[in-house]
Design a protein around this ligand. Structure first.
Ligand code: NAD
Ligand code: UGA
Length: 478
């Protein structure tokens, strides 16, 4: 049996659902794609005529939305109706770490995925191919299948009996380069049991992805490969960040070490930039999921191996905060510090698990007055992340104003942020920070002043020539 796919419904209009469906709509104008979400505000923003108000910032996304929206790409809250009409349903909802109960702090909370399976079980008609796009623990497809099949048993007298196939099709896009990653993926992974259903999904991707990049596996391998990919990538970052600490202690330079090891083709040069520690919604969650899974199967050594990747990352972030305090004569109480970048990486407005959260919280805990700049992150998001209301804007930069210690201000103005500051801390590698006029900024700082560069993007020689102190990640000559 071959399945003809015309109508697609994607449940979840988030960082994955929105861009992924936009690219499919763009590459496959013959398909009708409906993206649905419970969140009315999010859908309203996806439908906003002002494309700068889309809920997600990704280079190249707004152009595709402009081209496809209301032609073959639609955003709505009409979950039931769109599932009813769909031949294929993508589940692209959030799968955060559980905060309570069994496995809290490690296992994924599958309540949203389960809710989707129930929605599909209730509303679908005829044959539906259900595609797991969310990142899920191994064997989740079994849970989805049993919910779908159970529902069919209840409706066994129903003449319009429904049938299902469940596929795993994890997403490998990175935020900030999502459109490029979707347009030119290294591979597309399709896990399943029914070859025809797998082929139906493969046909969609073949509209722009070369056939040799479409990998078909069994469903459990596909689910595990996604968790493993993220675990390997995160492991590289913890590895290089651990070496950056050794560099600082010994006089070596992490950039030179990275170049030397990355030239070995077996190691490769990508994903070896030492920074403030990995952030993003997935690395920590997916590794902890792997840790939980390993413990569940009694593989304690495997669990602790992977857990150490997350532990190193936490340690590394706090190491940077401590180092800032130490360099500023052991105290930042009442001192103004200008933070450059709050997003977890450049070219995204996403702050989930951003290293900036821990580092800013540590500095506030120590009594610092932070001025925070980010080109894309909104101040209300920062408030939510650091759990402290922004202070009322004041133009004074009085470093002796101890009453305003542990407060923070949002600024879009480099002059305001630098005025009277004791230090500047670069936490996100935004392009505009590479281009700053340091001689101008230097004049605004209170001396002796420090520049802390956790992303290796600031011209250290220029900074030194301005008689500013500079600390750069993994630089043993700091
Ligand atoms: P997100 O939080 O941005 O979006 C999820 C959306 O699903 C939300 O808008 C939420 O309202 C909606 N939703 C939840 N339950 C629903 C339901 N029952 N019906 C309708 N809508 C519902 O999440 P995301 O970042 O897009 O991640 C989604 C999944 O993709 C996760 O499993 C994540 O691990 C995985 N993933 C994320 C990325 C990434 O870069 N963010 C990359 C690859 C994979
Ligand atoms: C990551 C993976 O790269 C994607 O393949 C995957 O689909 C996604 O997670 C997911 O499952 O959510 P993402 O989190 O968007 O993508 O961003 P990355 O580029 O991987 O960066 C993650 C973190 O590592 C960022 O904080 C980044 O600054 C940091 N990083 C990355 C480094 O510190 N050094 C590097 O060399 C690379």
């Amino acid at each position: 049996m071959t399945f003809s796919i015309k109508n697609i419904c994607c449940i979840g209009a988030g960082y994955v659902g929105g861009p992924t469906m936009a690219v499919i709509a763009n590459k496959c104008p013959h398909l009708n794609i409906e993206v649905v979400d419970l969140n009315e505000e999010r859908i309203k923003n996806w439908n906003n005529n002002d494309l700068s108000k889309l809920p997600i910032y990704e280079p190249g996304l707004s152009e595709i939305i402009k081209k496809c929206r209301d032609k073959n790409l639609f955003f709505s809250n009409a979950i039931q109706e769109k599932i009813e009409n769909a031949d294929m349903v993508f589940i692209s909802v959030n799968t955060p770490t559980k905060t309570k109960g069994f496995g809290a702090g490690k296992a994924s909370d599958l309540k949203w995925v389960e809710a989707c399976a129930r929605q599909v079980a209730n509303y679908s008609k005829g044959h539906t191919i259900v595609v797991e796009k969310s990142t899920l623990p191994v064997r989740t497809a079994e849970v989805i299948k049993s919910i779908l099949l159970e529902n069919n048993k209840i409706n066994k007298d129903d003449s319009t009996k429904r049938t299902f196939d469940v596929l795993s099709n994890p997403e490998f896009l990175s935020e900030g380069t999502a459109i490029k990653d979707l347009n030119e993926p290294d591979r597309v992974l399709i896990g399943g049991e029914n070859e025809e259903a797998m082929e139906a999904l493969s046909i969609i991707y073949k509209h722009w992805v070369p056939e040799n990049k479409i990998l078909k596996t069994n469903i459990w391998s596909s689910e595990l490969a996604k968790l493993t990919s993220n675990a390997f990538l995160a492991q590289r970052i913890s590895s290089i960040n651990s070496i950056s600490a050794i560099c600082e202690a010994t006089g070596a330079d992490i950039r030179e070490v990275t170049r030397a090891i990355g030239s070995d083709t077996r190691i490769g040069s990508k994903f070896l930039d030492s920074g403030p520690g990995f952030g993003g919604s997935c690395f920590k969650k997916d590794i902890l999921n792997l840790v939980y899974l390993s413990s569940f199967f009694g593989l304690e050594e495997v669990a602790s191996f992977w857990e150490s990747v997350v532990e190193l990352n936490n340690w590394h972030q706090h190491r940077i905060s401590k180092l800032i305090v130490n360099k500023l004569f052991g105290t930042v109480r009442g001192k103004k510090i200008f933070i450059l970048g709050f997003a977890f990486k450049a070219n995204t407005n996403d702050t989930r698990e951003s290293a900036a959260i821990n580092i800013c919280k540590d500095l506030l805990e120590e009594g610092a007055i932070l001025y925070i700049h980010d080109p894309k992150v909104e101040p209300n998001q920062i408030t939510k992340d650091i759990k402290l209301q922004q202070s009322l804007q004041s133009n004074e930069s009085d470093n002796t104003n101890y009453l305003s210690e542990s407060s923070w201000y949002y600024t879009q103005d480099f002059n305001e942020g630098a005025e009277g500051a004791d230090a500047i801390v670069v936490l996100t590698e935004w392009e505009e920070y590479r281009l700053l006029d340091w001689s101008k900024i230097s004049k605004k700082l209170r001396k002796p002043a420090w520049i802390f560069d956790s992303r290796s993007i600031i011209p250290t020689e220029v900074i030194k020539s301005l008689e500013l102190n500079v600390w750069r990640i993994g630089d043993g000559l700091n």
